[in-house]
Write a protein that binds this ligand. Sequence first.
Ligand SMILES: O=C(O)c1ccccc1NCC(=O)[C@H](O)[C@H](O)COP(=O)(O)O
Length: 216
Amino acid sequence: MTTKTKICGLNTREALAAAIDGGADYVGFVFFAPSPRHLEIAAARRLAEQARGRGDIVALTVDATDAVLDEIAKEIAPDFLQLHGSETPERVVEVKEKFGCKIIKAMPVRTSEDAALAKTYTKVADLILFDAKAPSGATRPGGHGQAFDWAVLDAVSRDIPFMLSGGLTPDNVQEAIRATCPQSVDVSSGVETAPGVKDADLIRRFLQAVKTANQS
Ligand SMILES: O=C(O)c1ccccc1NCC(=O)[C@H](O)[C@H](O)COP(=O)(O)O
């Protein structure tokens, strides 16, 4: 199986170009004000135009209201909405119907019980994203550069197409792919030099590492 790639939290034209030119399948824009990767709508619209047709555009939100999602849908026209909060399965259905986007539902994981909760979303989300649970006291639910124990995914059916996230880097992504067989891998901190500061070289190295894994 060919593993796809998502580079998340892109916020400059240079970093986005490195992701697209390097063959990223998904490019992620964060709409969550406390995040160092947060984008205002106008900036996101310009980046989305740079990316459109060259990779799937993912708009990441956290328990967003309909008003926020409506603005994102109209102004950015993303291919996917990534719901990274505590949205229920019912809310996922509602968002999908109202805004006409495919849905990535993030599942915060520390234990196999956390991973098993994904089953309640497989019929309503297009893709499940397993991400490390945020550290206690964190002001955002993702993008902390922390991995979880990949073995806790063993209990989850291999039939579920999932995106693996949390603490991935150019150096550990091949091992992560071997261990979990994900549909795709997602990275943010691992291709940054500081929170919110993407590095074109690290993006290229990450994408190349996945390509190499796909060839072996
Ligand atoms: O990245 C953020 O700042 C962020 C803020 C709020 C909710 C989710 C966020 N990131 C979610 C992602 O999809 C990240 O790519 C994922 O958590 C992996 O991050 P990292 O471990 O830093 O690679």
